[in-house]
Design a binder for this molecule. Structure first.
Ligand code: SF4
Length: 287
């Protein structure tokens, strides 16, 4: 795919800590070959997030900061049927999320996190809808997904492509950002299958109303939630094997990439995420 970067974009990417020699590789990802999977499965209990929680010695990392192949209980489940949500318009959907008490996370959240970015429009589809996993501490406090250092990194990457989470988008298009779960799991623990099942109808209705040209799943749980119906045993598939391909969610093309919080721990992977973003923008601009 052709991607002509201006000097300004190159400067921005350099400030993000990206080596510019990644960019030539990012222009032409091998879309047919399985992506490499460098992550090593981490036994439950050796997880740095949990170590921090049990020792109390360190701040809890942001959501998505775990190695993507970390062993965990399955988190995919069939979404529950919610006829009220299935018929909701945008305002009704936001209110339904605000009022939701369908799972135990309502008891510990500060507030729900619906999403941010371009609102649905009958005339114009959103170019890219980004799907993360669940609010972390900062998101719970601010009511917005992908804030804090990981959110800033995401915003910088989007800006380098001419995209923005602002309602009007950026010069290259409009973005909407949401999570699978709308409430923060306590202590940033992984989502449970029953929580995902209860919350998925909200995400599904968001996708129907936003009508994105492309879905970008950032992190393991977003990918699992959206691809579980089409990929058997997806819980055991490392994220690295899902990226670098064009998937589909109910007819909408879908690209998988690492969560920006993971990049804060593994900055060497930034080039792969950049390649995935270039692929996503190329597909969205051609839709
Ligand atoms: Fe409702 Fe989702 Fe929050 Fe659970 S996580 S209470 S299903 S909005």
């Amino acid at each position: 795919m052709g991607l002509n970067l201006s000097d300004h974009q190159k400067t921005m990417l350099t400030h993000m800590g990206m080596r510019l020699d990644f960019l030539s590789a990012a222009r032409a990802p091998d879309m047919g070959a399985p992506a490499e999977a460098p992550e090593v499965a981490t036994p439950l209990g050796a997880n740095p997030n949990r170590a921090a929680l049990t020792s109390g010695a360190a701040a809890v990392p942001e959501k998505g900061a775990l190695p993507d192949a970390a062993a965990s209980a399955p988190t995919t489940a069939k979404p529950v049927v919610r006829t009220d949500v299935a018929q909701a318009d945008w305002d009704q959907l936001q209110q339904a999320v605000r009022d939701c008490t369908a799972c135990a996370l309502c008891q510990t959240r500060k507030q729900t996190v619906f999403g941010v970015g371009a609102s649905p429009s009958p005339e114009t589809r959103v170019d890219i809808m980004i799907v993360g996993e669940a609010p972390g501490e900062h998101e719970d406090a601010q009511g917005e997904p992908f804030v804090g250092a990981a959110g800033q990194l995401l915003d910088q990457m989007l800006a380098a492509l001419g995209l923005s989470r602002q309602p009007d988008g950026g010069p290259a298009g409009r973005v909407f950002i949401a999570n699978v779960l709308k409430c923060r799991p306590p202590g940033n623990r992984n989502p449970h299958a029953d929580e995902v099942a209860q919350c998925l109808p909200f995400l599904q209705r968001q996708i129907e109303l936003v009508r994105p040209k492309l879905l970008l799943a950032m992190g393991r749980f977003g990918a699992q939630a959206l691809l579980a119906p089409s990929i058997p045993h997806i819980e055991g598939t490392p994220l690295g094997k899902l990226r670098g391909q064009i998937h589909s969610h109910q007819g909408t093309p879908l690209v998988v990439t690492y969560h920006p919080a993971y990049l804060l721990r593994s900055p060497a992977e930034k080039g792969k995420v950049w390649a995935d973003l270039c692929l996503a923008q190329s597909l969205a601009s051609g839709a």
